[in-house]
Design a protein around this ligand. Structure first.
Ligand SMILES: *Cc1c(COP(=O)(O)O)cnc(C)c1O
Length: 346
């Protein structure tokens, strides 16, 4: 089966499993797992931050960050189609008690004006303290629902700077910051330096089975550690999974460019098929969305499945494909054959 639903479906290969089996471990809640410590230090260094905190999921990394940056009753600003607001089970409101304010953007990228428009200025004649404090801006890079969009670095920097000018902290949901860095040709820290905190996933394109990391200043991470514990995210001999993440950092970062090339190839082939709406120029990394004009997405997915290809129908007419470590060049060719067989030639 060629699984193009998500980059989370990868399975650890023999070398990664060997690294996991050989991992030195200890009780990480006591700070005694050397492999977790190494992973936290190395990832923080890559991101140009003082400290890192290993957590089970990207959702926990984001939600621990939101909780650590805010107090209940604060406001946060995020894109209307951000992972934090769409796919994290209303955690900002349910867990941190913050009020999300939404930016309506094109594909998840917006500028400082969009932030300024949502920050409450002093209004003459209005009572003091009428508005809740706007505490945090969340940026997502690459942007998942936008189609794996890469933030242009100057836009990212300007938007973050504008937020900070208004006293906001800036958090980056960088589940796929690795992809953004490769696609933009800049180091991860070039984005991270504009943020107070960054969440990254090892379990997406990097191909580790489990794990994400939150990075920031030492004081921030000390506070975040308290909330990781509160959310039930303290892990014991977690070196077993941290070893997989370390292996992924060493071996699977550069190769993300292959996933991006595969996604472009799929997009170009789909653009030639009848009844498919897609703009290949907008496919920048490993995620692509297309609309079907003559077939329901669910029926298309069933037809693909019957021919050995899994795709993700999202909504009535929209399909998502994601390329990853376990998609070989021959799989891309095969998937294109399957799509052509189902949709016919243009
Ligand atoms: C996958 C993802 C996350 C975190 O997901 P988990 O499944 O909780 O690890 C966060 N942000 C984005 C943009 C994602 O794609």
């Amino acid at each position: 089966m060629i699984d193009l639903r998500s980059d989370t479906v990868t399975r650890p290969g023999p070398a990664m499993r060997a690294a996991m089996a050989a991992a030195e471990v200890g009780d990480d809640v006591y700070g005694e797992d050397p492999t977790v410590r190494t992973l936290e230090e190395r990832t923080a260094e890559i991101l140009g931050k003082e400290a890192g905190l290993f957590v089970p999921s990207g959702t926990m990394a984001n939600q621990v960050a939101i909780r650590a940056h805010s107090e209940p009753g604060d406001e946060i600003i995020a894109d209307a189609h951000s992972h934090i607001l769409l796919y994290e089970r209303a955690a900002p409101t349910a867990v941190s008690g913050v009020m999300p304010r939404l930016v309506q953007s094109a594909a998840g990228v917006f500028d400082g004006d969009a932030v300024r428009a949502l920050v409450h200025g002093p209004l003459p004649g209005m009572p003091a303290g009428l508005f809740p404090p706007t505490r945090l801006l969340c940026l997502e890079n690459t942007h998942n629902a936008g189609g794996g969009t890469v933030w242009p670095l100057p836009t990212f920097a300007e938007t973050a700077r504008e937020a900070r000018r208004h006293g906001l902290r800036v958090h980056c949901d960088g589940a796929r910051l690795w992809n953004a860095a490769v696609a933009a040709g800049v180091p991860e820290k070039a984005y991270a330096e504009h943020c107070d905190s960054v969440a990254v996933c090892f379990s997406k394109g990097l191909g580790a089975p489990i794990g994400s990391l939150l990075a920031g200043s030492r004081a921030f991470i000390d506070r975040a550690r308290r909330f990781r514990g509160m959310f039930g995210g303290g892990m014991r001999q977690a070196g077993v999974i941290a070893a997989a993440a370390l292996y992924a950092l060493d071996h699977h970062r550069e190769r993300l460019a292959e996933d991006h090339a595969h996604a472009r190839k799929l997009a170009l082939a789909l653009a030639d098929l009848p009844g498919v709406a897609i703009d290949p120029a907008r496919v920048e990394t490993n995620i692509l969305y297309f609309r079907l004009e003559k077939m329901a997405a669910a029926r298309f997915a069933e037809a693909c499945e019957a021919r050995g290809v899994r795709v993700l129908p999202i909504g009535v007419d929209t399909v998502r494909l994601v390329t990853h470590l376990d998609v070989a060049p021959a799989d891309v060719t095969r998937a294109i054959e399957v799509f052509t067989a189902i949709l016919g030639r243009g």
